[in-house]
Design a protein around this ligand. Structure first.
Ligand code: V47
Length: 476
């Protein structure tokens, strides 16, 4: 008997008892590229039929990025761990005078820039604590210095809460008008070399969670205001969701809902048309003033927003001046970027990165934090709910490379990155050297069944002039 042909849908429910009929209407919506409701999200989060949830997320991910998964070559730079806040989930922050407290000077930063350029990195991801002792000029000097020593490296820097802090130290912050101060700050940072914003510090947009876990940090509406201003200025930004501490799944779903409404607004500004019919966003703070129609990108044939191309290509000379002869270097020159045909200006969220909470060393150490299945499901639910986000990132530092690889089969399309040095969370003890190689990322992507595409921060394809990693592509 041909087993395969006998496996009709009529047989499957008997053979696989966990197939959940409640997912049928959701599957239809997903197939048709329609927006899912918060109730749908709840069903996805609670059904025993995990594999169908993963399969639906994979369907969308494959529709948006057929055959490929992305990785990037980057380095992280944490300029200071001195922080005025005391968020309960954070094991990174120190007070001045505490053991292990640091603030990097410009010489250190210059050296990090040189190392990033020499290693062939296309991105520096720069974040730090809210250091009350640094003047505003420290930040512009930092960006200018890096632009000088590493002109080929994109500077993705400063989370929303850092930018509000910068507005405060520059004395341009107004309590009843976050946007104007942040605009002032961003204009100056862009002038000094800022290329985009990372997505950190969003945590979970909910008043209760905010009160219980990070009450001195900015809340949802200020975080959203900062990203809105960045989008208006043509910057692309990312966003995150730090989950698995005092939050509930309902609160995570509302967080996703708020982000996707904020993205509706960004895409609408970029000229996307949408559907406003009777859709009421649940849980979106009124102060966010989100009035855009619903815009989905998960349907068949939807056009994803394109990375912007501002004048010069990302890498116009390699290596940057003063770094010696390229033949002595370990890396190959990125020879071309291939911007997609449509070069709209930037100004939208590129990616959501769900971040599982790491309890060790934090004030919430008594909590266990989420593990594999919850993390896998959260990636899939994020892909399905955030129908207007081009990318879902699996950050291996917090997921492990092996789990991140599995996540490529469950909604994620992007592995970030080579990282090298990371101080916010540590997988083991207090080790800040946390590095993976491009060849490990490529191997993980190939093993998951995808072609590995090196991207820059704006998701443009990076092409190098030889196979710098010496990796043979594995055919699956
Ligand atoms: O903002 C803090 C979170 C974030 C813990 O935008 C914690 O491309 C887990 O934002 N356990 C930093 N998470 C990381 C981040 C990020 C990472 C990769 C890519 C991008 C991007 C952004 O980590 C913080 C905070 O939300 N965090 N403490 C903890 N104990």
């Amino acid at each position: 008997m041909n087993l395969e042909s006998s496996m009709t849908t009529a047989v499957l429910p008997n053979v696989i008892p966990n197939l959940d009929p409640a997912l049928e209407s959701i599957a239809k919506k997903v197939h048709d590229g329609q927006r899912l409701s918060l109730d749908d999200g709840w069903t996805l989060y609670t059904t025993k039929d995990l594999w169908t949830v993963l399969e639906l997320a994979k369907m969308i991910r494959d529709r948006m990025h057929p055959g490929v998964a992305y990785y990037n070559i980057n380095r992280h730079l944490n300029y200071s761990n001195v922080c005025a806040l005391a968020c309960k989930f954070c094991e990174f922050a120190r007070k001045k005078g505490d053991q292990g407290e640091y603030t990097r000077d410009l010489e250190y930063i210059k050296e990090e820039g040189r190392k990033a350029a020499a290693s062939g990195a296309t991105e520096l991801h720069i974040v730090g604590g809210l250091n009350p002792y640094l003047p505003f000029e420290y930040y512009t000097d930092m960006l200018r210095t890096l632009t000088e020593v590493a002109p080929s490296v994109h500077l993705k820097a400063f989370t929303a809460v850092e930018l509000v802090h910068l507005a405060r130290i520059a004395k341009v912050y107004k309590k009843d008008d976050t946007k104007s101060g942040v605009r002032w700050v961003l204009e100056r940072l862009i002038d000094a070399g800022l290329g985009s914003l990372p997505g950190g510090g969003a945590e979970v947009f909910d008043d209760r969670v905010h009160r219980e876990a990070f009450k001195t940090k900015i809340g949802a509406h200020e975080w959203l205001d900062v990203h809105l201003v960045a989008h208006e200025l043509g910057l692309n930004t990312n966003c995150t969701m730090l989950y698995g501490h005092v939050d509930t799944r309902q609160e995570r779903l509302r967080h996703m809902e708020i982000l996707r409404r904020s993205q509706d607004q960004a895409l609408h500004r970029l000229g996307y048309a949408g559907d406003a019919d009777g859709y009421i966003a649940e849980g979106v703070p009124e102060s966010a003033e989100i009035t855009a129609p619903v815009i989905t990108l998960s349907g068949e044939g939807a056009v994803l927003p394109s990375p912007y191309v501002q004048g010069a290509p990302l890498v116009d000379s390699y290596p940057p001046a003063g770094l010696g002869d390229p033949k002595d270097m370990q890396v190959a020159k990125p020879t071309s970027m291939a911007p997609r045909e449509d070069s709209r200006l930037g100004g939208y969220y590129q990616t959501i990165t769900p971040l599982p909470f790491f309890p060790d060393g934090s004030e919430l150490e008594h909590l266990s934090g989420p593990a594999g299945v919850e993390n896998l499901r959260t990636i899939a639910v994020s892909r399905l709910m955030l129908d207007n986000f081009p990318h879902v990132k699996a950050f291996w530092i917090m997921q492990s490379v092996s789990m991140a690889e599995v996540m490529l089969q469950a909604g994620a399309d992007d592995l970030d990155g080579t990282v090298v040095w990371y101080d916010i969370t540590k997988a083991v003890g207090d080790g800040t050297h946390q590095e993976t190689t491009a060849s490990d990322l490529i191997k993980a992507i190939n093993e998951a069944g995808y072609e590995a595409v090196e991207r820059d921060t704006l998701y443009r394809r990076v092409v190098r002039d030889r196979n710098m990693w010496g990796v043979e592509r594995t055919q699956i």
